[in-house]
Design a binder for this molecule. Structure first.
Ligand code: PFF
Length: 446
């Protein structure tokens, strides 16, 4: 067997994992979920979950991957005596989960690309006469058009993944992520400088304490923490498998988690001040980015440039997350089927495209199909964020916390013999599973 691929540099690895974490979740999803759940209170619960549940899981998932030096399934293999291989099932489920997420994620990324191109060429601005609500619904319900944008985004992700770990994934993230950070900071500074923006800043940063009593805030914050970090679907296990020993995992995980969280907060500071400055509703739901924001861009000075930047940023952020999701099944196909990287990429991309067609067509041709009151795409998104990702996180916590030998788990996470290690293991063993189980149970009963 030829030598496994590896990251070129530590910075390259950290930027690629931040590229995976930062995506539609930080901009489109964070803004609308925070908006729907009271802003400031949501942010506090969210930050607590990121720190107490997200960070320990990211460390655990990276360590599983680096230890196995293989794909998602290998990450769940135990080398101890008595291993029945049952845990590997969790690895396979994560691979299917990653493919399922990518299938509908590509559809939304396609909308962002379509809007970005429309903003740059001007068609987005001339369409405003009918109102952006009508524009958005016609756009996503428009038969082949959303499918073409979805295909374009998948093709772009496939190109990057086919380029390999260093030549494709690492290279693209190394220049894209710093650029995206600069753009989002610029957009936030501009939004905060608008007259009347203060109410938006307060909405995000000043909690209305009464919302703490609302149980749905906790479920929403947990789902958002999992989605935004992208933990639980073996992406970090796969990226971690390309790490040589000697990159300290806890420091890398802290950088990833901090980068992802900062990006979401700064994106919130780019969006809510503008929403309040123009007197619009922060709780517009998933349509916030596609209906409310274009209206604002149209009205604000320099809005066409700001709007174009915003949608291209959203597209690029989505692309680097898509790349990481695609790498999960591709790595499995390379390792288990002996496929070349190129063949594995083409086959996985084609399968995921087909899997995503119902989501892409769910607002037009298939709009009559409703699942639990949701359209197809929203139903898949809810199942993924509220069930699949937390379940994947639970599997990781139980596997590293209880199945792997304590000393091995600590050593593999670079936490052996430290106080932090003891806290980490306790969180994985007790706190994380309890919190996930409680919230899963609560949403099952609701
Ligand atoms: N974290 C990505 C985002 O915030 O958009 C989405 C994501 C990536 C979810 C990877 C799940 C995953 F495994």
């Amino acid at each position: 067997m030829s030598a496994r691929e590896q990251w070129g540099t530590r910075t390259g690895f950290v930027l690629a994992t931040i590229g995976s974490a930062v995506g539609l979740g930080n901009i489109w999803r964070f803004a609308y979920v925070a908006g729907d759940n009271g802003g400031g209170v949501f942010l506090i619960v969210y930050l607590a979950f990121i720190l107490l549940i997200g960070l320990p899981l990211v460390i655990a998932e990276l360590s599983m991957g680096r230890r196995a030096q293989g794909d998602a399934v290998a990450a769940f293999s135990v080398t101890a005596p008595g291993d029945t291989g049952r845990w590997r099932l969790a690895g396979w489920l994560a691979v299917l989960g990653a493919a399922l997420i990518l299938s509908y994620y590509a559809v939304i990324a396609g909308w962002a690309l379509g809007y970005g191109v429309g903003a740059a060429t001007g068609t987005l601005w001339t369409a405003a006469a009918a109102g952006y609500g009508g524009y958005f619904r016609a756009f996503i319900g428009g038969g082949v058009e959303p499918v073409l944008w979805q295909a374009a985004m998948l093709a772009a992700a496939a190109l990057v993944v086919a380029g390999g770990v260093q030549g494709g994934i690492e290279r693209v993230n190394r220049w894209l992520m710093p650029t995206l950070a600069a753009i989002i900071v610029g957009l936030a500074i501009y939004a905060v400088s608008l007259p009347g923006s203060g109410a938006g800043v307060r909405f995000l940063l000043a909690p209305d304490w009464s919302a703490f009593g609302r149980p749905e805030v906790y479920a929403a914050a947990l789902g958002q923490a999992f989605f935004s970090l992208g933990v639980g679907m073996a992406v970090f296990a796969t990226y971690g498998s390309y790490l040589p020993r000697g990159f300290a995992l806890p420091a890398s995980a802290a950088a990833i988690v901090a980068g992802d969280t900062l990006f979401a907060v700064v994106a919130g500071l780019a969006i809510f001040p503008a929403v309040f400055a123009f007197g619009l509703d922060p709780a517009a739901g998933p349509e916030l980015a596609f209906i409310t924001l274009p209206q604002i861009f149209l009205a604000m000075p320099g809005g066409r440039i700001v709007g174009t930047l915003f949608f291209l940023l959203l597209t690029a952020a989505a692309l680097t997350s898509m790349v990481s999701l695609l790498e999960v099944p591709v790595a499995v196909a390379i390792r288990r089927l002996g496929a070349t990287r190129r063949t594995a990429t083409v086959a996985a991309t084609a399968a995921i495209f087909l899997l995503g067609l119902p989501s892409a067509l769910g607002f037009g041709l298939l709009a009559h199909i409703r699942i639990g009151g949701y359209g197809i795409l929203d139903a898949v998104d809810a199942a993924v964020s509220n069930l699949l990702l937390p379940a994947g996180g639970l599997a990781i916590a139980l596997f590293v916390g209880w199945r792997i030998e304590r000393a091995v788990a600590l050593r593999e996470a670079d936490l052996g013999g430290t106080r932090a290690g003891a806290v980490w293991l306790w969180l994985l063993r007790v706190a994380v599973p309890t919190a996930i189980a409680l919230i899963l149970l609560r949403s099952a009963l609701a």
